[in-house]
Design a protein around this ligand. Structure first.
Ligand code: C2E
Ligand code: CA
Ligand code: CA
Ligand code: CA
Length: 287
């Protein structure tokens, strides 16, 4: 849509072009970036709402781009999804995060007296779910690291599982049978049929940040309170644990604890950071 509109349109077009070039540039740079080791992982603690003890950590990938600096996953995960590079990238994240979890456990074998050894959460994208090697590769990564399957939680978004047929659920079932936890990420945003939950091999619901935001108002949004109350009741009746994300204030934490949520994650506790930070949080905690 060039011309006619004059400068404004041309400017908009140039901007769109620049974005497209960046997207294109980032996309083509992805494979070499993986080979050169430009990706790294930050870890964000998951804490028990009851006593604030560290339950584990979620692995969140970043790209240290030689020209653009550190890029968040929202900038490159969709590109990696489109090109299929998410499969080797996701494999690297899993391997690295599991290795790190095993390292934490070796440093503090018993973990916290109340919560046991640190656990690790890793995000799985839809393409990885469809990849036939998923189960074998996960088994391999666990065996090589020596991490017990029960210390790993794979996070799958609710939207990735909407309308999922048995072919898609089979690998998740196999992993769940081995003892790997499966969490339904961004829960509450995907309009999935709640009755459908029984069919899914999940053991954790990760309530989307939008609900946590409703708890920030004073008083908290009464509709959000009702919804969270309902979800927690349903989850617990199905023997699922409830994690809340995006907890930024003590008031939110208090409200969500009162509503019966089990674990929480958010800036109120800690931002994503270097692996040492998790270790020091967990060890301080264990003393
Ligand atoms: P997610 O799985 O929902 O991860 C939570 C996001 O919320 C993270 O953003 C985290 O940094 C951010 N966050 C944590 N606490 C707070 C808080 O208190 N307030 C606010 N406003 N935000 C908070 P991040 O690291 O930018 O990751 C974005 C998304 O990228 C993730 O959303 C996940 O879907 C995806 N992602 C990250 N790492 C991986 C990966 O290794 N593989 C795949 N497939 N996806 C990944
Ligand atoms: Ca996640
Ligand atoms: Ca999430
Ligand atoms: Ca999210």
């Amino acid at each position: 849509a060039k011309s006619a509109g004059g400068n404004r349109f041309e400017y908009a077009d140039e901007e769109a072009d620049a974005r497209a070039i960046t997207r294109h540039g980032l996309t083509t740079a992805l494979p070499a970036a993986l080979e050169r080791g430009e990706f790294f992982i930050e870890y964000q603690p998951l804490v028990h709402l009851g006593d604030g003890s560290v339950h584990g950590a979620e692995a969140l990938v970043r790209w240290c781009h030689p020209q653009h600096g550190v890029l968040g996953p929202d900038r490159f995960i969709p590109l990696a999804e489109n090109t299929g590079l998410i499969v080797p990238l996701g494999r690297w994240v899993l391997q690295e995060a599991v290795r790190q979890a095993r390292f934490w456990q070796d440093e503090a074998p018993g973990g916290h007296p109340a919560t046991g050894p640190l656990r690790i959460n890793v995000n799985l994208s839809p393409t990885q779910l469809h990849h036939p090697g998923l189960v074998a590769e996960t088994v391999d990564v666990l065996e090589r690291s020596g991490l017990e399957p029960g210390a790993l939680c794979l996070e799958v978004t609710e939207s990735a599982l909407i309308g999922a047929d048995d072919d898609l659920l089979k690998p998740l079932r196999q992993l769940a049978e081995m003892g790997v936890d499966i969490a339904l990420d961004d829960f509450g945003t995907g309009y999935s049929n709640l009755a459908n939950l029984r069919r899914l091999p999940v053991s954790v619901l990760k309530l989307d940040r939008s609900f946590t935001q409703g708890m920030q108002q004073h008083p908290a949004d009464p509709v959000d309170i009702k919804i969270v109350e309902g979800i927690v009741q349903l989850a617990h009746s199905l023997e699922l644990a409830v994690t809340v994300e995006g907890v930024e204030t003590g008031a939110q934490a208090q409200q969500l604890r009162a509503l019966g949520c089990d674990t929480a994650q958010g800036w109120y506790y800690a931002r994503p950071g270097a692996p040492d930070r998790i270790r020091s949080l967990a060890l301080v905690d264990a003393v």
